[in-house]
Every structure is written in structure tokens, then in C-alpha cells.
Design a protein around this ligand. Structure first.
Ligand code: NAP
Length: 275
């Protein structure tokens, strides 16, 4: 069973670092988050072909590394012991650090899970990563992973999770809880330009009652049970500030019932949604 539980709010970074004109604001947003209690940053070698990691490297300069929890991911076609090490070394260089806290297989590919795990264990043994995990794994993938030697060491699985994509609530989240695997929910606003979730009348009512925006309600909703780490991406201090403020209020049972009527819980297994 894992002893370190990942919950609450982290910082997403897909799309950051790709436009030089936006860099200053993006760094300011990340630093605002770190200065106001956030510590988890999620990135990947894929994001902007390393540009997101470079931006984060710049943003975290001068911060106490021990207080940060850095997550990165490697491509499925790098999921062998040799290529994982190469990918990791490049990520560490871009991030300007000597280790990652968590290293994730970005999604399932064609390499054998046993080889992928063997490589990750070696990186762990060398102190280059503290934990390893997976992303975009469904319940059957997790079950299969646990049949592979070392598979039960998986620290986290990162999947799409927001108020309009609740499929993982059917069985995956409970399975992970039972097996001590942290659940990281990505794209709490369903990605895009942050307007890909229908702003229903009930979302507006609940937002108005709290004096916040519907987006803040969506974010508070993903954190409502205290068992998920949610990682919104914000390119401005303004958005980061709003996201941080969502940690301060709690949705009531009545409000959750209202929201549930617009965005119902899954009643049957559906294929894992991905972005
Ligand atoms: N493991 C995976 O396969 C996977 C897949 C997708 C995402 N992820 C991770 O999850 C993170 C988040 O997902 P995402 O980037 O796809 O999308 P997201 O966080 O669901 O949405 C980002 C959008 O929401 C906007 N936004 C942020 N805060 C807001 C606020 N308070 N009010 C209104 N709009 C707001 C952002 O605008 P601004 O940019 O203008 O602030 C951006 O347009 C990623 O960055 C990445 O780290 C992982």
C-alpha cells in the first residue's frame, strides 16, 4: 500500500511553454501557484516536445526542490529500460532537476509491461525517480498490470476526470482506492479552451450562491471527496488564483444532488474516455 497520498490541487502544463509571447505570464501563473501552497506539477516529454518541461524548469528555479512534487511522462514507444532512461535524462535536464517524484507511462503501447516495469525499477533504484505509475489505464489494464511482477508498486494512474466525464467512478476509482494506487484526474475543465463543458442552469445557480464562476464549481466538484488529485492548466495568474480559491469552499449535499441531475453518475461500465 502506498504511504504517500496525492489529493487536492496540482498544476497542469499541457500547452505551456509553446508560445514565447506567453512565457512570462505562464511562469508567473506557476509561481503564483507555488507561492500559494501548491506543490505538484504535471508535465510530459510530449508537451510541446519538451517546451513545457523547459518552462517548468525556469519557473521552479530558486524554489526548494524538496517541497515540490514533479510528475513527468514518457511516450509508450519509449517504454523499454534503455529508452525510458534516455527519456528521463532528457526530461531531468529540461526541468533542471536530478530526480522526478513520479514518472508515468503516458498511455499503453506495444512494449511488454514487464519490460517497462523493469526499466522503471532500475531508475528508482538509481534514485532518479521516487515513484512510477501509468496514465490512461482502465480497470482491466490496472488488473493486468497487477499480475505482472512489480506491477503492484504502481503509485498512481492518471485519467480523464471531470464533471462531464465520470466514467472512472463506475469501478476504476474504487479499485485504485482498494489497491493503494493514487488517482490523478486530468482535464478538470475537459481541456480545450476551458469551455468544453456545458454550463447548465444548475452550474450557474450553484456558482452564484457561492459568488464564484461555474469553472470554480467544476473544479471544487472534482475535489469534493478528497480522494483525487486534480491538475488544471492555467496560463494566467488570474485563472490560477481562481483555481486556488476553490480549495476554500465545500459543495453541500443539496448542491451535489443538483449538479448530479445535470451530470449523472455512471450506471454502467463505459470505455475509458481519453483526451
Ligand atoms: N495523462 C494524460 O494523458 C493527460 C491528458 C490531458 C491532460 N493532462 C494533464 O492535465 C492537465 C489539465 O488538462 P488540460 O490542459 O487538457 O485542460 P483543463 O485543465 O481541463 O483546461 C484548461 C483550459 O481551462 C482554462 N482555465 C483554467 N483555469 C480556468 C478558470 N479558473 N476559469 C476558466 N477557465 C480556466 C485554461 O485557460 P488558460 O490556459 O487561458 O488559463 C485552458 O483553456 C494538462 O495540462 C496536463 O498536465 C494529462
Amino acid at each position: 500500500m502506498n504511504f504517500e497520498k496525492l489529493t487536492g490541487l496540482g498544476i497542469g502544463s499541457w500547452g505551456l511553454g509553446e508560445d514565447p509571447k506567453k512565457k512570462k505570464d505562464e511562469i508567473a501563473a506557476i509561481r503564483y501557484g507555488l507561492d500559494h501552497g501548491l506543490s505538484v506539477i504535471d508535465t510530459a516529454e510530449m508537451y510541446g516536445d519538451g517546451q513545457s518541461e523547459e518552462l517548468i524548469g525556469e519557473a521552479i528555479k530558486g524554489y526548494d526542490r524538496e517541497k515540490l512534487f514533479l510528475i513527468s511522462k514518457f511516450y509508450p514507444y519509449h517504454a523499454t529500460p534503455k529508452l525510458e532512461r534516455q527519456s528521463l535524462e532528457a526530461s531531468l535536464k529540461r526541468l533542471g532537476t536530478d530526480h522526478l517524484d513520479l514518472y508515468l507511462l503516458h498511455w499503453r503501447g506495444s512494449h511488454r509491461l514487464s519490460d517497462t516495469i523493469r526499466g522503471l525499477q532500475a531508475l528508482q533504484k538509481d534514485g532518479l525517480i521516487r515513484y512510477w505509475g501509468v496514465s490512461n489505464f482502465d480497470t482491466a489494464d490496472m488488473q493486468e498490470l497487477f499480475t505482472v511482477p512489480g506491477g503492484e508498486e504502481c503509485f498512481a494512474n492518471e485519467d480523464l476526470y471531470n464533471i462531464s466525464e465520470r466514467g472512472t467512478e463506475f469501478d476504476l476509482q474504487a479499485w485504485q482506492e482498494e489497491h493503494g494506487v493514487n488517482f490523478i484526474g486530468y482535464s478538470p475543465f475537459n481541456s480545450g479552451k476551458g469551455n468544453t463543458i456545458r454550463i447548465t442552469r444548475n452550474l450557474k445557480i450553484v456558482a452564484r450562491d457561492h459568488g464564484v464562476t461555474p469553472h470554480q464549481i467544476m473544479l471544487a466538484w472534482t475535489m469534493r471527496n478528497g480522494n483525487v488529485l486534480t491538475i488544471p492548466k492555467a496560463s494566467s495568474v488570474e485563472h490560477m488564483k481562481e483555481n486556488i480559491a476553490t480549495q476554500k469552499f465545500k459543495l453541500t449535499d443539496d448542491e451535489l444532488r443538483l449538479l448530479n441531475s445535470d451530470f449523472p453518475m455512471p450506471t454502467e461500465k463505459t470505455p475509458l474516455a481519453v483526451i
